[in-house]
Design a protein around this ligand. Sequence first.
Ligand code: GLA
Length: 388
Amino acid sequence: MINRDALRRSFRERYGSEPRLFRAPGRVNLIGEHTDYNDGFVLPMAIDRETVVAGSSRADRKVRVYSLNLDEALEFDLDQPGEKRRGIWLDYIEGVARVLECRGVMLRGADLAVSSDVPLGAGLSSSAALEVSAGLALVSLAGGEVDGVALALVGQQAEHVYVGTMCGIMDQFVAALGREGHALLIDCRTLEATPVPLDTSRVAVVICDTNVKHELSSSEYNVRRAECERGVKLLQVPLPEIRALRDVSVEEFSRHEALLPEPIKRRCRHVVTENERTLAAARALNDGDLDGMGRLMYASHRSLRDDYEVSCRELDVLVEIAADLGAIGARMTGGGFGGSIVNLVGRDALDKFQSTVAREYKRATNRSPTIYISEAGAGAKEVMSTEY
Ligand code: GLA
């Protein structure tokens, strides 16, 4: 958790005024990977790492932003045309501001200071945490209000247009609307979310970061999206009513898969089966069937590794180590090609799990993993001074 007093102090020293504070969490996806942009189902939870934006409004339309993590100050003017995709951290904040204004939300200038403990490049959605916390700050400081779904959509559009990643809605959605003690079963077509209780008295959600990020991740992400769209076109011949892979059942897929060339066939098989696994996982969690949930997580990993081909050696090594240690469930999480795996581990086995994963991963890859244990946290909100 970010030290709110230190952030507030730093803000006061820099800008000489008293800020309001807004926060949004990172996330880990328990299951439902690469399904969101196929109108499908995902089951992420917000983690207890967060980005906090301290801010106060200005009389003009200038937005000044200071990053405590990078010790860097940048600014832009809402009345001057902005530049897109510069590849700098300001793109996320400026992108959100411009998308909000494009959607008719009139902003005021603001002084902002940002501090985050969501690790970068770990597959834990540091970008969504930044977009959503900054969006909430900018709207609130302009005297407006925004609901969670709208905030998530603004963050996603900023990412598409100003950052250049054609992401789905999962990360921003759960950053905006996460619920303490729950994962969210999100229907990425209707944007409806059902909270699924996550009882962590006996098991812990353990995240192991490979500490690698392969360059492939963003280019291959867009290739996978295109392969799914191609699959939909081909499947529309026998199934004209489908709009996305979400509309194809596992049974329909097996009946028509011969129409699809490789690798499109395997890509579509992953998405179709992953949607089914995600719905089954939500039922398993609701029923307290952790073993059932764990089996689905392992199956999801195999499907991402073999059919969707977005895993990498380091992720596979971590999942194998976790399986050998008897983790209830383990799988890569997020976009893939590096980043983290997520595990369900019995509380009684936690210490041994952490030390053995660290040792065995180092032995296999000559790298050290970073291990986080997280409860399911709440989504974005203003932090009141009485709360810290
Ligand atoms: C990234 C994207 C999400 C989602 C995942 C894969 O995190 O931002 O929208 O597509 O990859 O499940």
